[in-house]
Write a protein that binds this ligand. Structure first.
Ligand code: GDP
Ligand code: ADP
Ligand code: 5GP
Length: 213
């Protein structure tokens, strides 16, 4: 982002929603428009979908490997979602925070809760709601990347996920994509401008106050 000053504290921007509400599309666009934002690439035991790239969308691993990583405490958080395991690797997040960089998480509500608990000052939680459950199903069907039974399981799980939106800082209804994207970008920009994240302000202010005019 332009007008950047350091040192600063990074934002951990967490986007969650029921499957099909549009969070991955919104996150991809936010990443494309903000070179300094880093995506937390999750590990998952889910099978790879057509078009997904190992290392970009997820790191796809077997159950044994996932369990080994849990035992090594390698996850900042992990959860069972729709019958598969998903986890956010800890090391890249620690590095980003130490260097004052921002990290974007496309994770479920349980992961959002756990990251916010572990990093209460840094985490900002955004929940994406669908316009309706009917539209949610239509999007999952149109995306045509999941088998029919997987889609039905995801639609059936949606209400249980939506129940948790009241724990989030921000809630968006993803009806018009461009409008939802603009709202998400505004949230990100506003959160970056919060004074406590901008550690340079104190010195800057002191220098301004010393200036003789
Ligand atoms: P996939 O998993 O690779 O198919 O990715 P997605 O299903 O998340 O999105 C597919 C493409 O559609 C991406 O290039 C998105 O940016 C784009 N896209 C998603 N939603 C909308 C929308 O509502 N309007 C428009 N114009 N593009 C969208
Ligand atoms: P999620 O990551 O939440 O599962 P995706 O980003 O994969 O959701 O979106 C699910 C499907 O809905 C995709 O095919 C995407 O292109 C589409 N989609 C996303 N946002 C909108 C929107 N506002 N209007 C219509 N379709 C959308
Ligand atoms: P999908 O299989 O559609 O890619 O993801 C299914 C769900 O798992 C989504 O709600 C997604 O946000 C969530 N998810 C993806 N990665 C992680 C992760 O690392 N941790 C947690 N807790 N959830 C994740």
């Amino acid at each position: 982002m332009s007008n950047e000053r350091t040192p600063r504290r990074g934002v951990l921007l967490i986007v969650a929603s029921p499957s099909g509400a549009g969070k991955t599309s919104l996150c991809r666009r936010l990443m494309a428009d903000h070179g300094g934002l880093e995506l937390s690439v999750s590990m998952t035991t889910r099978g790879i979908r057509p078009g997904e790239v190992h290392g970009r969308d997820y790191n796809f691993v077997e159950h044994d490997e996932f369990q080994r990583l849990i035992d090594q405490d390698a996850f900042l958080e992990w959860a069972d979602v729709h019958g598969n395991r998903y986890g956010s690797p800890r090391a890249p997040v620690d590095r980003a925070l130490a260097e004052g960089r921002d990290v974007l998480f496309d994770i479920d509500w349980q992961g959002a809760r756990d990251v916010a608990e572990k990093c209460p000052e840094d985490a900002v939680r955004v929940f994406i709601l669908p316009p309706s459950l009917e539209e949610l199903r239509r999007r999952l069907v149109t995306r045509s990347q999941d088998a029919d039974d997987v889609i039905e399981r995801r639609v059936a799980n949606a209400k249980g996920e939506i129940e948790h939106c009241d724990a989030f800082d921000y809630v968006l209804v993803n009806e018009d994509f461009d409008r939802s994207y603009a709202e998400l970008a505004h949230i990100y920009h506003a959160e970056r401008s919060r004074r406590f994240r901008n550690l340079w302000v104190e010195d800057y202010r002191t220098a301004l106050l010393r200036e003789v005019v």
